[in-house]
Write a protein that binds this ligand. Structure first.
Ligand code: MG
Length: 399
């Protein structure tokens, strides 16, 4: 096979709308370039440095065809591995190399991976509002747009606490009440089922806001409402509790967006303690490891619902759609509308239709990137106060 030599590797930080996004572009002497998503919106410049200062020197002059070897070279080159900064950096390059390979082969990524398992992947939309009337308006809009899967949340993660009694001079932070959150959410599920019936799929994200015993009780109390899945009912640090959770409830359990290291999902998958893996593809190092964990989960009867939040690029959105159309155990894809400025920077990403997403048939990932347009939206330092979440007494919890 003719080598396709890597001539440039660069990471670009841009903030077209709400979030800082990180894009990696790999150029080859074959006249073909590829794009990857390396977005870690909490540490974007650390990822850019990892790509430009540490991965670029490893990659220049190497054959872009050798994705598997290059992935291992990148991962081992830091000796200490599996952290979010380095995994995102590796993922940006990895996706760009798959994009290059698809363009050289003249095939869309999902064909390069082995072709279709399905026509298109069902998409789910977010409905979030401070009260039920606001939530109904959003659900109505999503149903009218064609969605049949909707994630429902009242207020921000953990809910909007009312009449929260806190000590004098409280520590700064984002306060919530776990008990109030659980009760309000159960009322929300009942109200939505009463209004819309059983024909729509409901999803919900606890976002780690309950302690383990309350989480188990909450998951059991969700059973009458037939959720499609209940997400992150426990924090990453407490995954050993999933065995007890599994033994006590039939509510389908999803987790995984925080995973970095294969050891974090190995036991959960082998022991069938969850139903859906919500892995964030760039957070584990890209398409190359995503294929491996997908096949591992498939053998155990566990489905995939790749994390696809608003803080990934349209390249990441497209990669997930390619994976989801190809992989037999893919189940549903989170979808958020690409905002106007972001749409001016990227083109060719999948757009929801009739409640489904389907990837482009252009060679590679199929998404283009306008460098000049991105330069009009430079990255901006941004604080994330919601990561300082506290219960009433001021105790900091996992966000
Ligand atoms: Mg989540």
């Amino acid at each position: 096979m003719t080598p396709s030599t890597i001539t440039q590797v660069e990471a670009i930080v841009t903030k077209p709308d709400k979030h800082n996004l990180v894009v990696v572009r790999v150029t080859t002497d074959a006249g073909v370039w590829g794009l990857g998503c390396a977005t870690f919106q909490f540490r974007p410049w650390a990822v850019r440095s990892a790509v430009d200062d540490y991965l670029r020197p490893l990659l220049l002059g190497r054959d872009a065809n050798d994705i598997e070897d290059l992935w291992h070279v990148m991962r081992m080159s830091s000796y200490w591995r599996n952290g979010p900064v380095l995994n995102n950096a590796i993922a940006g390059v990895d996706m760009a190399l798959w994009d290059v390979k698809g363009k050289l082969a003249g095939m869309p990524l999902y064909q390069l991976l082995g072709g279709r398992s399905r026509t298109a992947i069902p998409a789910y939309a977010h409905a979030v509002a401070d009260d039920l009337d606001g939530l109904y308006t959003q659900i109505d809009r999503h149903l009218a747009d064609g969605y049949r899967h909707v994630r429902v949340q009242l207020g921000f993660y953990g809910g909007n606490a009312t009449d929260l009694q806190v000590p004098e001079n409280p520590l700064p932070g984002s306060y919530y009440d776990p008990r109030q959150y659980a009760a309000t959410t159960l009322r929300l599920f009942k109200a939505v089922r009463d209004r819309y019936g059983d024909d729509i799929e409901l999803l919900h994200d606890v976002h780690e806001r309950l302690n383990p015993s309350d989480a188990i009780r909450f998951a059991k109390e969700c059973e009458p409402f037939g959720l499609y899945f209940l997400e992150d009912v426990l924090p990453l640090e407490q995954t050993a509790w999933y065995e007890k959770l599994r033994a006590q409830t039939s509510t389908p359990i999803a987790t995984g967006e925080l995973f970095n290291n294969p050891k974090e999902w190995e036991e959960l998958v082998v022991r069938r303690q969850i139903d859906f893996l919500r892995i964030h593809v760039s957070q584990i190092g890209g398409i190359t490891p995503a294929l491996k964990v997908a096949h591992f989960a498939d053998a155990m009867g566990i489905r995939l619902a790749w994390h696809t939040p608003s803080d990934i690029t349209p390249v990441g959105l497209a990669v997930n759609a390619h994976l989801n159309v190809h992989l037999h155990n893919a189940s549903v894809q989170e979808n958020l509308d690409v905002q106007p400025n972001t749409a001016a920077v990227f083109a060719g990403y999948p757009v929801q239709s009739r409640g489904f997403l389907r990837p482009s048939d252009e060679p590679g990932i199929g998404v283009s990137f306008d460098v000049d347009a991105a330069a009009e939206f430079p990255g901006v330092f941004k604080e994330h106060p919601w990561t300082t979440s506290r219960t009433a007494d001021g105790t900091l919890v996992t966000p």
